[in-house]
Design a protein around this ligand. Structure first.
Ligand code: AMP
Length: 184
């Protein structure tokens, strides 16, 4: 596993555990020499992640859109910054550049990206694994919703097949890595 795309809040969240887990993930990615792909922002958990990877000597690739770049909403210290025209192109490039995906706590943007990646996987457009870092039980309501969808017969495959879930970054990266042994 050479690169992981991380979807996460452009805000900090209300609890210090979010920033702590984000920084820990950044260190873990850098130590494993896994390139971090993310949205390129300089705010919230997104900034904390990029700073943590870079601080540990790792590589961070940002993928942003011209509109956000024009508003100066991008991190200036990244290893590389891709700038595309539309949000659609942006998501496609993030998917192309990454071997796996993981979501941390965040809002609408994070959830949108997570579900797009899962939907494309379910339809067979890619076969890359996806995981949730369940900091502070943040994703419990989402898991409950997916369990309901499964129980009611709306899931194409069991939730545990579609998404790995872990409480700590190292454990989650191990789980994702096991799903793509050919790239280890
Ligand atoms: P949210 O969870 O609503 O804060 O949105 C965060 C997600 O949306 C991130 O994973 C980003 O990919 C994207 N996003 C939100 N704000 C920005 C921004 N200023 N620059 C780049 N991407 C952003």
């Amino acid at each position: 596993m050479k690169s992981v795309c991380v979807f996460l809040g452009s805000s900090d969240g209300n609890h210090p555990a979010y920033a702590r887990a984000t920084a820990e993930l950044g260190r873990e990615l850098a130590q494993r020499r896994i390139t971090c792909v993310y949205g390129g922002s300089r705010t919230g958990l997104m900034k904390i992640l990029a700073d943590s990877v870079l601080g540990e000597g790792g590589e961070v690739v940002g993928v942003t859109v011209q509109l956000l770049k024009d508003k100066e909403e991008f991190h200036r210290g990244l290893t590389r910054l891709h700038v595309v025209s539309t949000m659609h192109e942006r998501k496609n490039l993030m998917i192309e550049l990454s071997d796996a995906f993981l979501a941390l706590p965040g809002g609408i943007g994070t959830l949108d990206e997570l579900f797009e990646v899962c939907t494309l996987s379910q339809l067979g457009f890619h076969a890359k694994p996806c995981g949730l870092l369940n900091v502070n039980g943040f994703f419990e309501p989402l898991r409950a919703m997916l369990v309901t969808a499964e129980r009611e017969g709306f899931m194409k495959r069991p939730m545990h097949d579609a998404l790995d879930v872990a409480l700590d970054p190292a454990g989650l990266l191990d789980m994702l890595q096991r799903r793509i042994p050919s790239l280890t």
